[in-house]
Write a protein that binds this ligand. Structure first.
Ligand code: ZN
Length: 271
């Protein structure tokens, strides 16, 4: 996971009358004591599709907010509600954050496996915080455990463990700064060490190793007083390309972590 640039403005379709009407219908239902449900197609019609999903997909440079796999808009593609709209796994009596179902700031673009197989309706809070159950309750009193890449830098909490390697199963682990275990729990909630993800992340390692070797050679030549400026410039550009949030590649956080590990941290893109 990597930090995202500030959210673009909300698509106008989210303020359309039909969205407002839907919000009112859900509010009425809740007021009468009924729990809205995602299995009832009338409760949460997908007004967010396609505009909101497409906007975030582009903004996130086609990568899932959690696992950072690059995805086409129609392949394994979801609109993730950071605060789940119809259920909260940790609170069986909670109706879900239904009032945020059509709120732009509650959305992220994710892949289907991260959203539907792992994160689902999980939304744990730190014990010191107070959960919002109704629209009038303050969200500021909640301290979510799950890291939202629009609000915080996930790289502060999550790093990669290169110990156990032929480098083929590099797992995400918590950093030393993760004193409240939010990184550790975010890894569990989002499943970013599950399935084939560690292997997929390692898929480009040969390429990254080649770039790192070239860079080290160029720096070594420079230290010996040889002119390696052309090679340095070209390779630095390549490292930026591999690690830029604007790149369309998968696993930017992983690529950055690799270059940091091999002492090339100063060359990675800072965007
Ligand atoms: Zn994902």
């Amino acid at each position: 996971m990597i930090k995202f640039n500030p959210r673009p403005i909300a698509p106008t379709s989210l303020s359309a009358e039909k969205v407002e009407n839907t919000k009112n219908l859900i509010a009425q239902k809740v007021k009468s004591g009924q729990k809205p449900s995602t299995s009832n197609p009338n409760d949460f019609p997908s007004h967010w599709i396609p505009d909101a999903r497409r906007e975030l997909w582009k903004h996130q440079n086609y990568r899932c907010c959690y696992c950072e796999r690059s995805r086409g808009l129609k392949r394994e593609s979801d609109l993730e509600h950071f605060r789940p709209k119809a259920k909260v796994e940790e609170e069986p009596d909670h109706y879900g954050y239904w009032w945020l179902a059509y709120v732009w700031e509650n959305y992220l673009y994710s892949c289907k496996p991260c959203n539907e197989d792992y994160k689902k309706n999980k939304f744990p809070l730190l014990p010191s915080s107070q959960r919002a159950f109704e629209e009038k309750d303050s969200l500021d009193k909640e301290k979510p455990i799950l890291i939202n890449p629009f609000d915080e830098d996930p790289e502060v909490f999550i790093r990669f463990d290169w110990q156990d390697s032929n480098n083929l199963f590099v797992k995400a682990v918590q950093t030393e700064k993760d004193v409240e275990d939010r990184g550790k729990k975010t890894i569990e909630i989002t499943g970013i060490n599950e399935d084939r993800l560690p292997e997929e992340r390692a898929g480009d390692l040969l390429t990254l190793e080649g770039i790192a070797k070239t860079m080290h050679a160029a720096v070594y030549m420079k230290d010996l007083g040889m002119d390696s400026s052309g090679l340095l410039e070209k390779t630095e550009k390549e490292i930026k390309l591999q690690t830029s949030s604007k790149s369309e590649k998968s696993f930017i956080g992983f690529r950055r972590a690799y270059f940091r590990k091999v002492g090339l941290g100063p060359y990675i893109a800072n965007d």
